[in-house]
Design a binder for this molecule. Structure first.
Ligand SMILES: Nc1ncnc2c1ncn2[C@@H]1O[C@H](COP(=O)(O)OP(=O)(O)OP(=O)(O)O)[C@@H](O)[C@H]1O
Ligand SMILES: [Mg+2]
Length: 308
């Protein structure tokens, strides 16, 4: 099998699905937390993580940072960087969003409450990049090329083992461009018709991306069913949906994760920002912790498994 090229050893994982509310942000932020803390038992390697939020809804930004409310506006501004007074850069405004990468502005990642997690929050208007070029097809390849260059800078791999990208629920040029530059992709899906139906289309798109990346394929970590009702609440419809996903003869079978994530209260976002562990309060639930161990093992094996 052809190995995916890394960025000086650094991985770039995209949490992706066109459908809204399936768990992209839940997976992106939880995987960041699991990797940074060495898994649910804290015994694994502690990975240094950078989270890039490219969703205008700013959900993973709010999961890790206290964003600034803008009076009269429904979006938030990135907070003033805590090191603004210490960093001497006349070009820098002291606030950064993930979009600054695309505009070649100075970029300083934000520290979070978690030692190994840094974040570049989303600017409320990610689609501002549409102004970069009038032709959207070219925009996607431009963003891919730009991000490849950015990820390739050696200093980035000195600071991070992995970049995790959270995406909006749409096929925006930004998320498509990011996917082209990512090394790995994880696809959450709900056991519900629309989101399941979208998975083969998504896999098709990844096939098409990989036609241009014959020597450097985007690796699919897995399709992870999420928000699956507990056994006693699973309807026949849900069961049919899951069986369809896991059908080994079907288009999705070979990409399915060996487990699914149940709908659980402890996974719901209770508080933002996550200045303490209550954001990831599955740690207090035995069943959830076991599920999180499975998720952690899937990610570690898929991203670092062939490392000697
Ligand atoms: N397994 C789960 N159990 C219970 N709640 C969950 C689970 N996964 C996600 N949620 C909750 O469901 C909602 C949607 O999840 P999330 O925000 O991760 O989806 P998304 O795909 O990022 O959505 P969007 O497309 O809007 O960005 C959130 O309130 C989240 O806390
Ligand atoms: Mg989201």
């Amino acid at each position: 099998m052809i190995k995916t090229e890394l960025y000086n050893g650094m991985r770039v994982l995209s949490s992706y699905h066109r459908k809204g509310g399936v768990g992209k942000t839940f997976l992106a932020s939880t995987i960041a937390y699991l990797l940074a803390t060495g898994g649910p038992n804290g015994k694994g390697k502690k990975r240094r993580v950078l989270v890039l939020d490219y969703d205008s809804q700013q959900d993973s930004s709010k999961a890790f940072l206290k964003m600034d409310a803008i009076p009269g506006d429904d979006e938030y501004a990135a907070p003033l960087h805590p090191e603004f007074d210490d960093i001497d850069d006349p070009e820098w405004s002291g606030r950064n969003t993930s979009t600054d990468i695309l505009f070649n502005s100075p970029v300083y990642e934000y520290p979070t409450a978690f030692e190994n997690i840094k974040v570049l929050p989303s600017e409320g208007n990610v689609d501002r990049v549409l102004a970069l070029t009038p032709e959207s097809d070219r925009l996607v390849s431009k963003i891919t090329a730009h991000m490849r260059d950015w990820f390739s800078v050696e200093e980035l791999a000195d600071d991070y083992d992995i970049v995790i990208v959270d995406n909006p629920p749409s096929k925006s040029p930004v998320s498509a461009g990011m996917l082209g530059a990512a090394t790995h992709v994880i696809i959450p899906t709900e056991p519900e018709y629309d989101s399941i139906d979208g998975v083969p289309m998504l896999l098709n798109r990844i096939d098409r991306i990989n036609e241009d990346r014959a020597h450097n394929p985007l690796k699919i970590v897995g399709v992870v069913p999420n928000k699956v009702p507990s056994k006693s609440r699973l309807t026949q419809k849900d069961e049919v949906a899951l069986a369809k996903l896991y059908d080994s003869e079907g288009p999705t079978g070979k990409y399915m994760s060996p487990f699914w994530l149940q709908q659980r209260n402890c996974y719901r976002v209770m508080e933002r920002p996550s200045v303490d562990e209550t954001h990831f309060n599955y740690v207090h639930n035995h069943h959830a912790k076991k599920e999180m161990q499975k998720l952690y093992t899937l990610i570690e094996d898929s991203l670092w498994g062939d490392e000697v």
